[in-house]
Design a protein around this ligand. Structure first.
Ligand SMILES: Cc1cc2nc3c(=O)[nH]c(=O)nc-3n(C[C@H](O)[C@H](O)[C@H](O)COP(=O)(O)O)c2cc1C
Length: 304
């Protein structure tokens, strides 16, 4: 119940009804959770990463549990932007879901085409640029690891869309504050921090890597202290809002991110363990604020 508590937050020009969103790749296209609760109650959902063409992703095994989180090498499997716009978006729009379209590509041109395509559609609240996949333009490095490359993608997309642009930061970037600043100067409206960090798990019986891809992205509780530190660093560096992400599973986690300087958070891996995790975090945040006679905005950046 969120009566009497104002949970709204402003991510640049976009006002979210509350600061709890779901993370790209961990919540499908939103409709998969219909049997559990009305996802329109959330501050927003970030779609599975969309590419120009559909993708099958990597062969199995593509997911593996670790002591404090999960490794995944899904390989960005998705239905492609056309199928999303045709089959999924109209239903989400009709339900009043705040949709953030997460997109990825390996060239600046393809990022631009995706931004243009999504911009044509009604019912997309923002675009999130996943600059954390290896890119061909730059020879296999991530756009997100290099300030100039990240800024190039951001500026090129900025030029073709009026939608708010969120750029998703890679923890693999050596100078993440530099990358954040460069994206801000290139026209980003917000920074999402953070994406997964590469990890490895080995089976001591077979001596094989547990994932067919060998390495995968580490997510979940193991990421939280790192993500909190990066959110705090970025919040002191840039003027634009930060969306915190990495190990958020409960209302308390969300509060920690807001206090560290995030304006909103995304719940990722926790959705797999508990399909109600995001909704519980939302209800818990409302209780937290009500008990203290505060609104969600009052928490942002108040860490002492
Ligand atoms: C199975 C899986 C798939 C993911 N797919 C995407 C994706 O398509 N695009 C993206 O930007 N991030 C993707 N991510 C990263 C998450 O959005 C998030 O940044 C990361 O998992 C950290 O948050 P968490 O600890 O709450 O899971 C994926 C994560 C997981 C676990």
């Amino acid at each position: 119940m969120s009566a009497n508590v104002d949970l709204r937050v402003d991510v640049g020009s976009l006002t979210l009804k509350n600061p709890i969103l779901t993370a790209s790749g961990t919540f499908g296209y939103g409709l998969e959770y219909d049997d559990f609760y009305d996802v329109a109650e959330l501050g927003g959902i970030c779609t599975k990463g969309l590419s120009l063409e559909p993708r099958h992703g990597n062969p199995p095994d593509r997911i593996c549990e670790t002591a404090a989180g999960m490794l995944n090498a899904i390989g960005l499997a998705n239905v492609g932007v056309e199928a999303f716009c045709r089959d999924k978006l109209p239903i989400l729009r009709q339900r009043g879901v705040t949709v953030v379209a997460n997109v990825f590509a390996t060239t600046v041109d393809d990022f631009v085409k995706l931004a243009q395509r999504v911009d044509q559609e009604e019912g997309v609240a923002a675009i999130e640029l996943n600059v954390s996949c290896p890119n061909v333009d730059k020879g296999g490095l991530e756009f997100g690891c290099d300030a100039q490359a990240a800024a190039r993608v951001t500026a090129a997309c900025r030029a073709v869309t009026r939608l708010p642009l969120w750029v998703k930061m890679s923890p693999e970037a050596g100078d993440i504050r530099g990358v954040g600043l460069a994206c801000q100067e290139a026209g980003a409206d917000a920074l999402t921090a953070i994406n997964t960090i590469r990890g490895l798990a080995v089976d001591p019986r077979t001596w094989r890597a547990r994932l067919a891809n060998r390495t995968g992205g580490l997510s979940g509780p193991a990421l939280k202290p790192l993500a909190l530190r990066i959110v705090w660093d970025l919040a002191r560096t840039v003027r634009i809002p930060i969306i915190g992400i990495g190990g958020v599973a409960t209302a308390e986690d969300a509060v920690e991110f807001l206090l560290a300087g995030a304006t909103a958070v995304q719940v990722g891996t926790a959705n797999f363990a508990d399909p109600m995790a995001s909704k519980r975090a939302l209800d818990g945040l409302a209780d937290y604020c009500r008990e203290r006679g505060m609104n969600a905005r009052d928490l942002i950046g108040k860490m002492r």
